[in-house]
Design a binder for this molecule. Sequence first.
Ligand code: GRF
Length: 218
Amino acid sequence: MQKKRVVVLISGSGSNLQALIDDVQAGNLPVELVAVISNRPGVLGLERAAKANIAADVLDHKLFADRESFDRALMEKIDSYSPDLIVLAGFMRILTPEFTQHYLGRMLNIHPSLLPKFQGLHTHQRAIDAGESHHGVTVHFVTAELDGGPAIVQAWVPILAEDDATSLAKRVQRQEHIIYPLAVKWFAQGDICMQEGKCVLNGEPLPPSGFLIRSDEP
Ligand code: GRF
């Protein structure tokens, strides 16, 4: 069977991209990473892509007059690789409805919180400040609503008394690097899809929080 073609969008360090690269190279993830596109030049994620012999492309949003024209150019660039799936891996841009509609059902994002809690930025500090006992990360389908599309998989981690945002972020990131390759694998195998605003896994609609994974590892 033809492997699914995946384009990864990044803005920074690309540790989630690296997790995908590692799983592909280990033979655990049956996809072809056809391109990595960054909206910021010079970021580490682009080096990771080049090292893995993946086309590494930059489309600098600062060179565009507005969000609409950037998103249109980005769509053109993405589509030139004929992808089956778009993976947002630390892509720090708000997307236009035209963009999200174009890739509806075939674009995933990872967000470092137990959605629907803590949409937006600074999620680790906000979870600590709110006195939560647990925090985590969610992989979801992207819709027009920011951090609001149906969840595929969610990993929970405990918040410890001595945690600050940095220690908590590290614990969450270890789970990110497990659940993102898993969600991409499910998509590639045809195990998940988006139907009527819900994520369906092997024919069964998932609850709003997606498939749950809990880690008590400190
Ligand atoms: C991750 O924490 C992810 O959850 C968020 O942005 C960060 C990207 O990290 N969306 P990296 O670039 O993959 O290292």
